[in-house]
Design a binder for this molecule. Structure first.
Ligand SMILES: [Zn+2]
Length: 153
């Protein structure tokens, strides 16, 4: 998502819509059915500084860290807030900032709700607390993804 500071009026700008998630290169190996990234942003400019605040959201299916079945997931960033300094005649690119916030807000260990007997409502498998846990593996993957981002920038 690019913003041209010259197109931001004195009163600020409201931007709303959906972006193709494919443009954001968010690692999504345990995710299916994710096509768009919804945004609702307020943009204002003070000299060469652009302030962007608002919300980002997405919905998709993610692999349950316990039974490995896909479960529906709503991702919401309610307090996106970035201040970007833009050189004269340049355009602000929010893509890496949005990507970073999305990656950081991905669930580390999404899980389906078990019933009182400890059974997964989807697979019917029974789980003992603390066992069959893929959380550690998922955590390691997130850190690997963030390391990758740092190397790219
Ligand atoms: Zn499950």
């Amino acid at each position: 998502m690019k913003i041209d500071p010259r197109q931001i009026p004195e009163s600020g700008l409201t931007l709303q819509g959906s972006l193709p998630v494919a443009d954001y290169a968010i690692p999504a190996e345990n995710i299916t059915g994710w096509n768009t990234l919804d945004y609702s942003l307020q943009v204002s400019r003070h000299g060469s500084e652009i302030t962007v605040t608002g919300t980002l959201g997405a919905s998709f299916q993610i692999q349950c860290a316990r039974c490995l079945d896909p479960i529906p997931w709503q991702l919401a960033i309610k307090d996106f807030c970035r201040i970007v300094t833009v050189p004269e005649d340049a355009v602000a690119d929010l893509t890496p900032l949005i990507r970073e916030d999305m990656i950081l807000s991905m669930p580390l260990a999404p899980r389906c709700e078990l019933d009182s007997a400890g059974r997964c409502p989807r697979s019917g498998r029974e789980f003992a607390p603390g066992k069959d846990d893929f959380a550690e593996k998922r955590r390691a993957l997130v850190w690997r993804d963030l390391d990758q981002l740092k190397r790219e920038n």
